[in-house]
Design a protein around this ligand. Structure first.
Ligand SMILES: [Zn+2]
Length: 268
């Protein structure tokens, strides 16, 4: 706790013995879109630069295999995949900068929404108390985590390309089929990018909710789900239930693809 929200309320008498549940801050669509664009942008840069070269290499590998017994299948394609990996590797630094900016913007938006909610419900002005430095380590952590996820994802796409192209080459697939395999591998990467973006937006929001609430001396929260059929059953039963931040177990938004959030409870 860095300050006590209860002590900050100007007219505490109004809230005597009351339990106020504040609105939860949910992840913004803007940050999800931005994260998605960063990841897909990186994958696309590799696709634009290297897809044709991959296809050409696979076609030559295939005809070499047919022409000469003993030709090494996939030698040119593995060189082409290596180039693709280097293109992606070279983009990780600018991508880290963009992630960092996206999380900074999202933190600012979250902070404004949190202070506005507290002002509306309790008449309290937290502006001077809630600042960015306290969450700076979380912004850095989220940036590093997202860079690692993008690196893993691009490695997965490269590995997938290498394996499937080798299969196509040795099977003597048509050129059309080779091209389709290449574009499918990139599409696989893009659909994974969408899942990562949504998940990471929710996770960062969950972290900010926990940090902002606990630093304000708020111990309890009410679990809030999206109230739709995609909510996992273990979380559906938690809807509206009160928890302590110090409880063990998962927190809202923490588990993979969890869209749940924490409504802060201020008790007087
Ligand atoms: Zn959930």
């Amino acid at each position: 706790m860095t300050y006590d929200i209860h002590q900050m309320v100007p007219d505490r008498g109004l809230f005597r013995d009351r339990r106020i549940v504040l609105n939860e801050v949910t992840p913004s669509i803007a940050v999800e879109v931005e994260l998605r664009q960063i990841i897909i942008g990186l994958l696309r840069a590799g696709q634009v630069e290297e897809a044709e070269r991959l296809a050409r290499a696979a076609k030559i590998d295939k005809s070499d295999l047919w022409r000469a017994a003993g030709a090494e299948p996939g030698s040119l394609t593995s060189t082409a995949v290596g180039r693709l990996r280097r293109v992606w590797g070279g983009l990780l630094v600018p991508v880290a900068k963009r992630f960092n900016d996206a999380f900074r913007d999202e933190e600012e938006r979250h902070r404004e929404e949190f202070t506005a909610t507290a002002r509306k419900a309790l008449g309290v002005d937290l502006k001077a108390l809630v600042a960015q430095p306290e969450v700076q380590p979380h912004i850095q952590l989220a940036t590093r985590r997202n860079v690692a996820l993008v690196k893993n994802l691009s490695d997965d796409v490269a590995r997938r390309l290498e394996n499937t192209l080798l299969q196509e080459i040795t099977a003597g697939s048509t050129n059309r089929s080779i091209e389709k395999t290449i574009s499918e591998s990139f599409e696989f990467g893009k659909s994974r990018a969408r899942l990562i973006a949504r998940d990471q937006a929710a996770k960062f929001n969950g972290t900010l909710n926990r940090v902002r609430q606990t630093e304000a001396g708020i111990d309890k929260y009410q679990w809030s789900t999206s109230l739709d059929e995609r909510v996992r059953s273990e979380h559906r039963v938690r809807e509206g239930v009160t928890y302590n931040w110090s409880d063990s177990g998962p927190k809202p938004g923490e588990e993979i693809q969890c869209r749940c959030t924490a409504r802060p409870i201020v008790e007087f």
